[in-house]
Design a protein around this ligand. Structure first.
Ligand code: FE2
Length: 396
């Protein structure tokens, strides 16, 4: 039986032609009850469309873990390692999640205080927001008018020691409703985007690559990013750009010698482009906040050198330069017309291809706006695969 796939409701701001393949609602399927045949179809659909939505889902933590694990049966621990609650207190992730005691791969995230939740007597949750992370702020007056920002565009990944999860599942259990907000970019472009309160915004990593000019495609296909050791601790004292797409270079990162103990062999050096295992497409998958260095391969023999960036290769270690290049490559794809802001309803169950899309939390909640989500992703059993020799020949 073929599953029924319906396009996601795109907002008026979206370029429907560019986002034609992006995201699908799966009708009549309960992610808690999978058969191997059904799972195969879902997996195929996920890698093709990037984001899948199941409405009116009833999924236990154990079932969410089982469904998430099915995409990578050899994976076992949460994407940042199990039992995060109480550990790595310096990490900026720490206040944002509480581990479900019986299923430590599943995290409770949200806002406000949640009581008697799956073995957690009292969980104080804080929706991460731009108000604590960005260099510049939305003024309280503008905030009262419903203006807000993207928090942080990212891939779900520890980016140190552990491999980036293949998929993430998000289950909306308690979803406060409220007025729509205006998400401002505040980067001099005048860009803004109307968003539902507390949306999760998604962009396609494939579109991010597709819309680049030839010289940046060539740079992307030849480059790898080296992430900082313990990147979330490293970046904790720093401030984000107003678009949430990376860090302002102010020299505020924690010095390497002040980080918790780290080993060279556990650093992550990952290609900029990750190859989709089903479609073969190339997705621009960089977590800009954690990026520290760029390693650029020289142009392959016979490639046209005219206008090429770093034709002889380079190892870039200047943070400002690294961030500037990444920003120029990633900013076009977060244009308002290319963003899908999901409008959460209670019992929405969303799975996204974490190696094919970028996403961000948006907006800010008042302490009395209680929101409870379950999130699950698993440190992958393998590293993402980069461009093939043919890909490099085609784009370098
Ligand atoms: Fe995330």
């Amino acid at each position: 039986m073929a599953i029924e796939l319906v396009p996601l409701p795109l907002p008026a701001s979206a370029d429907a032609a560019k986002l034609a393949d992006f995201g699908r609602e799966v009708k009549g399927v309960n992610p808690a009850e999978m058969t191997p045949e059904l799972f195969k179809e879902i997996e195929e659909a996920l890698y093709k469309h990037g984001v899948l939505l199941f409405r009116d889902a009833k999924v236990s933590s154990a079932q969410q873990y089982a469904f998430t694990k099915a995409f990578d049966p050899q994976s076992e621990s949460y994407g940042h390692g199990n039992n995060k609650t109480g550990e790595t207190k310096k990490s900026i992730l720490h206040p944002d999640l509480k581990t479900i005691p019986s299923v430590p791969q599943v995290q409770l995230i949200g806002n406000g205080t949640v009581y008697n939740h799956e073995g957690l007597a009292e969980a104080k949750l804080k929706h991460p927001s731009h108000t604590t992370f960005h260099k510049t702020k939305v003024s309280p007056e503008d905030e009262a008018k419903g203006h807000t920002r993207f928090y942080r565009w990212h891939i779900d990944a520890a980016l140190y020691d552990l491999n980036p999860p293949r998929v993430t599942t998000l289950y909306g259990i308690t979803v406060p409703q409220g007025e729509k907000q205006v998400c401002r970019y505040d980067d001099g472009t005048g860009d803004e985007l109307e968003v539902p309160l507390g949306t999760t915004a998604f962009v396609s990593g494939q579109i991010m690559f597709d819309i680049l000019p030839a010289e940046l495609k060539s740079l992307a296909v030849r480059s790898k990013v080296r992430y900082a050791p313990h990147p979330y601790v490293w970046m904790a004292p720093a401030h984000a750009m107003s678009t949430g797409l990376g860090i302002e270079s102010e020299g505020l990162e924690l010095p390497l010698e002040d980080l918790p103990a780290w080993e060279e062999s556990k650093l992550k050096t990952l290609p900029i482009l990750w190859k989709n295992p089903k479609t073969g497409g190339l997705h621009f998958q960089v977590h800009p906040c954690g990026a520290k260095e760029l390693l650029v391969e020289p142009l392959p023999e016979g490639a046209n050198r005219e206008g090429a960036l770093y034709p002889d290769g380079a190892h870039l270690t200047d943070l400002k330069e690294v961030r500037g290049l990444l920003y120029n490559m990633q900013r076009p794809a977060i244009a308002p017309s290319l963003v899908y802001p999901h409008d959460w309803r209670e019992d929405d169950f969303v799975i996204f291809h974490n190696r094919g899309v970028l996403h961000t939390v948006v907006g800010a909640f008042a302490p009395d706006q209680v929101r409870a989500f379950h999130q699950c992703n698993l440190a992958a059993s393998d590293e993402p695969v980069g461009p093939s020799a043919e890909d490099i020949k085609a784009y370098a």
